[in-house]
Design a protein around this ligand. Sequence first.
Ligand code: PMP
Length: 529
Amino acid sequence: MNATASETGLAEPHLAEVLAAVGLDVEYVRAEGNTLYRLDEDQREVPVLDFVGGFGSLILGHNHPEIVAFAQDLLRSRLPIHAQFSRAPHANRLAAALNSVLSRELGDDERYFAIFANSGAEAVEAAVKHAEFDRMLKVAALSEEINDHVARIRTLVRDGLVVPAAGAHERFGDADRSGDPVRDIEELIARVDRWNAPRLSRAPLFLAPEGAFHGKLVGSVQLTHNEAFRTPFKALAAQARFVPLDQPEAIRKTIDAERTVLLDLAVEDGTVTVVERDFPVFCAFVLEPIQGEGGINVVSREFAEAVRKACDAIDCPVVVDEIQSGMGRSGAFLASSLIGLRGDYYTLAKSLGGGVAKTSVALIRESRYRKEFELVHSSTFAKDGFSSLVALKVLELLEADDGRLYRVVEERGRSLRAMLDAVRAEFPDILKDVRGAGLMLGVEFQDQSGSTAATIQGLSRSGFLGYAVAGYLLRGHGVRLFPTGSAANTLRLEPSAGLTDAEIAQLEAALKDVCAVLRDQDEGRFMAS
Ligand code: PMP
């Protein structure tokens, strides 16, 4: 299983070493359905049952035969793949197909415009970039309105029709050092300008729940809660305020703590007064309906309602990141539809490409859409003919027979979960929790940092227990599992809809074995390669 030094090579060799330390440095040579194949010493294929499912990108499994045949036909037909800045009929058809699925599932027919991208993080970045474009246009409109009021009032004062109110200066409070009464309208205007200028150029903030994961690019990593991923790059992009998932009431408080007002002039009862105008500090609330990398946490209906209410109150868009939870993985096309969450933006990626293409999309509700964005955002690879057509084929497979696949995911998910619950009931000292929806499930292991076995204790304390469990399951049982990105004690299970009872049984035997080894604190067996 171990790679030689030359194979380790130059493509992230340190990561390869880390994988090797827990026995996860395997080369796979073929893949089909839920199975990956590696070669043994005699160059014979050895099957590995894959519960990682491309980290959520394989709801149809590895190399789904219809997708592969379709992709081969496309390539044979010499379809134009890279023809940026021409009409994009395939991307248009895909956007229309996505709209009809959304409209069916959301129960209304407001249109969503599509900005295509190439990876999950890129779709998130396109969404938040659009949200910032929208926010800046709103800020510009607000600033222009204030300037109009100021100009109009300056004329009224000059014409002797109104005078500044005696207490007008009181609005500036302690924050403005020149809190003395104003002498004339020009001084009042200067103080308003002095107040507004720094606030107008204030950096925006995002809102996201604790545990959020939205990617690792410059902007999206600031929406990703994991400190190790986020904090080294803090200086590069706008920041998020994170709210605990189990405290819906914290959303309002977080918003209130950042409230910023601009000052405007108005005429009230013949005098000029200073009035407050709310400044749009928050660019967007970004959330996953089921957190993936945060440990498979299903967002409650109550939290989702609180997000919608708080965001509506300040006209802040809600970006629902369905990159991992969407495309049928939860048993519905959008996991957010299961908790009644309505987004202004949706992001999709992973399974959208059917395990063959790399594609993603940010869908933006018509009432929030700024068409000028299309002229300032693009990518060489986005919207290409090949991935658009493959994604259309994926939608066709998901939606076939009145959405049979969603029901299959739900039923398969129930069977998988029943097995996991039963193993947990047998090993409550080893398995802490089982959670998720459809075929997006997580198994959380109990903390073992108090273990009497030094190796197990050390692995647990350094946050590597989940990886060591994954290594054990791979070596001993030919089953591939991985912890979630930010909650290393939780193993993710995201197999394809083609999951069989025999595959569930294989996982059951493997899990029971590792639970027994951990219960016995048998570090010799646990670490044996
Ligand atoms: N959002 C979510 C919810 C994700 O799960 C992920 C990937 N795990 C991303 C964004 C980033 O996607 P990518 O790795 O394709 O950039």
